[in-house]
Ligand binder design. Structure first.
Ligand SMILES: C[S@@+](CC[C@H](N)C(=O)[O-])C[C@H]1O[C@@H](n2cnc3c(N)ncnc32)[C@H](O)[C@@H]1O
Length: 192
């Protein structure tokens, strides 16, 4: 998948959200984040040009690290941050998410928020299962004990990856949000 081209196809709009916007997610996310407090560390892998990180920032969560493999997406997000006079507020890095656990210490984040990234990995028919388990193992490593991996996906079948016995986390099916006749699934995985 050419993610740079996908981002470019969004045209001039500053933000574009796959699946759901912050407004749809807030009723589910707010209670989880509130339990960790505004100082919590949040990781957003595959941020794209989604508005969610900016909305979280506006709502008082300032320790947010964003990663995307698309240099175009990261460039646009950095520009959006400059436009808000908030240089260096959130971190943005152009990286393959599979590399991140090799670059930072474990147990770093309270919340990992994935909207569409695991789905993106699963699109690659040659590497999907291997990459997805490597990805989840990496996110598990990055989470603190008691931390939550949040998955927003278009497919309920992702549950079988989350429930793999390798991961000592409690998987909670948080709900289904309907948007324009399509169902999107929210899973919360709380690390033991
Ligand atoms: C379906 S889009 C979701 C974007 C954003 N999270 C949203 O909700 O609008 C998937 C995103 O994952 C990024 N991506 C795909 N593979 C990646 C990888 N291996 N490492 C980091 N980002 C990746 C793509 O560039 C794209 O921005």
């Amino acid at each position: 998948m050419d993610w740079d081209a996908k981002v470019a196809a969004a045209g001039d709009c500053v933000f574009f959200d796959w699946y759901l916007a912050y407004a749809h997610l807030a009723p589910h996310l707010t209670p989880v984040l509130a339990a960790y407090g505004s100082e919590c560390e949040i990781f957003i892998p595959g941020c794209g040009i989604s508005d969610v990180g900016f909305e979280l920032y506006t709502n008082g969560y300032h320790n947010i690290t964003n990663v995307d493999i698309s240099a175009v997406a990261i460039g646009r997000m950095q520009q959006a941050q400059v436009a808000r006079n908030a240089v260096d507020a959130m971190e943005f890095h152009c990286l393959d998410v599979l590399e991140v656990p090799n670059l930072v210490p474990p147990n770093l984040f309270d919340v990992v928020f994935d909207k569409g990234l695991m789905d993106a990995l699963l699109c690659n028919l040659k590497t999907n299962v291997e990459d997805t388990f490597a990805y989840l193992a990496g996110m598990y490593q990055l989470l603190r004990r008691g931390g939550t991996f949040v998955l927003v996906t278009h497919s309920a079948t992702r549950l079988c990856y989350l429930e793999h016995p390798t991961f000592a986390w409690k998987v909670i099916r948080q709900g289904v949000v309907d948007r324009n006749g399509r169902a999107y699934h929210l899973f919360f995985c709380v690390k033991s």
